[in-house]
Design a protein around this ligand. Structure first.
Ligand code: NI
Length: 179
């Protein structure tokens, strides 16, 4: 289990379309997930995608099972590993919300996302996952899966007056966690 370097925006490896995982329940996949967990925890992140540590595979993890101080009214999202994901919006409705990213340190931006989605994929053993999510949970899934298509959240921002340094936008914010 190794804490890996998190690639930062500007690194072309963050702009690739990741490849699907073809074999589940392998030593390599277990090792990748251990490295991702260690890296995310060390960075106090609430989500991480494999491309952020330079691994070009469709693997994301999100959720801590703990309430998130940034979204105190939202139910905690269970710790989830999602592989080869597919996201389907359940309605045309979008909503804006603040996001941060470990690959874009120190910044926050208001990003429009689908309000409610269905997502499917597999866990590390290859067991199918199918869930519906809304609000913060849906946002997190969309943010992490975007990393698999080479999209970083600033590329989704519509209103750049709502993009800036965390310490300026939210003075006194003790929580510095990022997706
Ligand atoms: Ni991110």
């Amino acid at each position: 289990m190794t804490v890996k370097e998190i690639l930062k925006m500007g690194d072309p490896r963050l702009l690739r379309v990741a490849l699907p995982v073809e074999r589940f329940d392998t030593h390599e996949l277990k090792l990748l997930l251990k490295d991702m967990t260690a890296t995310m925890l060390q960075a106090q992140g609430v989500g991480l995608a494999a491309p952020q540590i330079g691994v070009n595979l469709q693997v994301v993890m999100f959720g801590t099972g703990e309430p998130n101080p940034r979204y105190p009214k939202e139910a905690p999202v269970a710790k989830t590993v999602l592989i080869n994901p597919v996201i389907t919006p359940l309605s045309e409705d979008t909503e804006e919300g603040w996001e941060g990213c470990l690959s874009v340190p120190g910044l926050r931006g208001k990003v429009p996302r689908w309000k409610s989605i269905r997502y499917s994929g597999f866990d590390e053993k290859g067991t199918p996952i199918e869930k519906e999510a809304e609000g913060f949970h849906a946002r997190m899934v969309q943010h992490e899966c975007d990393h698999l298509w080479g999209i970083l959240y600033p590329m989704r921002i519509k209103d750049f007056t709502q993009f800036g340094f965390t310490e300026v936008l939210f003075p006194g914010l003790s929580d510095s966690s990022d997706d």
